[in-house]
Design a protein around this ligand. Structure first.
Ligand SMILES: [Zn+2]
Ligand SMILES: [Zn+2]
Length: 330
């Protein structure tokens, strides 16, 4: 089937409109006004096997993001050619100024087998451009996964934002505004699959961060459990023993590097009730607390790298900065 020439060719997104009046303008470079339009045009792009469009509309923080675009493009093409795109069913759509969720069922088949799935997908608007960020997948048609709670996600400050380099102000009082901010930070951290989020990363220059407490389970795996809130954190007595492992950061999406940090550290902070707490933490918990305490002091994990490694990352950081701040294509 030839798309694009015949004005009456139905759009693969199953909107019921002609392709020329539906998803084609987006594939030709028009920016979708809503995340829902982007959702539809991405489904159409999969159905028509247009990997470049998928790549250009994927957020650098997406788990699917790949720096090797040739390899990524090949993977998408393979999926497209082996899949029959039967229908796109939109179940729920919610949008704020910078985040959106679209819950949908993609009715698909591979080798005559039904491979349909339902996804609650997240989209983020960067420089006026909607990008697909991530999704939670459920097998088959699963309309029961719809949640209609109000979206309370905060815009993220990305690499290159001056606020990430400022030292946050100490918090004097736990006001209602701070409590509300903490709730929104937790939602934002979870929606972005983060394990920690500091206030400067959501454009508030204050000494505050949230984490999910890591617990080591069988086989050395980590489970990220309940939320811990840190107000005015101070670190002391780092252990002499250090360890090195790969870290990432919600503000520096798609970039990972091994960072050497002390295995243990003492942290003093206040909780939301204003109680002063002093704890000795170790392992991943110490690492996340050190990463986030760095944030409220204007420090990023890439600052801990050696000169060679920093130099290796430089082109990736430059391209990330261009993507996010100049609105150029990925
Ligand atoms: Zn369409
Ligand atoms: Zn970070």
């Amino acid at each position: 089937m030839e798309h694009g020439n015949n004005r009456r060719t139905p759009c693969p997104c199953k909107s019921g409109n002609a392709y020329a009046d539906c998803c084609q303008p987006f594939h030709k470079g028009k920016r979708p006004d809503t995340a829902l339009q982007l959702m539809r045009s991405r489904y159409s792009a999969y159905a028509l096997c247009l990997p470049a469009y998928i790549i250009h509309t994927t957020h650098p923080g997406s788990p699917q993001f790949c720096h090797d675009t040739a390899e990524w493009s090949k993977k998408i093409s393979e999926f497209c050619t082996n899949t029959k795109f039967k229908n796109l069913e939109i179940l729920y759509f919610q949008e704020t100024a910078s985040f959106a969720t679209v819950t949908f069922t993609a009715h698909l088949a591979q080798d005559k087998k039904d491979t349909s799935f339902t996804e609650k997908s997240y989209f983020e608007k960067i420089k006026g451009k909607w990008l697909y960020r991530s999704g939670q997948l459920f097998e088959g048609h699963a309309p029961n996964v719809i949640t209609t709670n109000q979206l309370r996600l905060l815009p993220i400050a990305y690499y290159g934002s001056p606020i990430l380099r400022k030292i946050g102000d100490p918090i004097a009082n736990m006001t209602a505004d701070i409590r509300k901010l903490v709730e929104e930070m937790v939602e934002t951290m979870d929606a972005c699959n983060g394990i920690g989020l500091a206030a400067p990363q959501i454009h508030h220059s204050i000494k505050l961060f949230v984490i999910r407490r890591p617990v080591e389970i069988e086989g050395g795996k980590i489970e990220w459990r309940e939320v811990k809130i840190f107000v005015n954190p101070e670190l002391s007595m780092p252990s002499r023993e250090t360890w090195k492992v790969a870290e990432g950061c919600l503000s520096i999406p798609s970039i990972h590097a091994e960072v050497e940090r002390p295995r243990e550290v003492t942290v003093e902070y206040s909780d939301l009730e204003g109680n002063k707490i002093k704890e000795r933490v170790s392992g991943w918990e110490a690492r996340v607390i050190m990463h986030e305490t760095d944030h409220v002091n204007g420090i990023l994990f890439i600052d801990h790298l050696g000169a060679d490694e920093r130099q290796y990352l430089e082109p990736f950081l430059k391209s990330l900065e261009n993507t996010i701040h100049d609105g150029t294509e990925l």
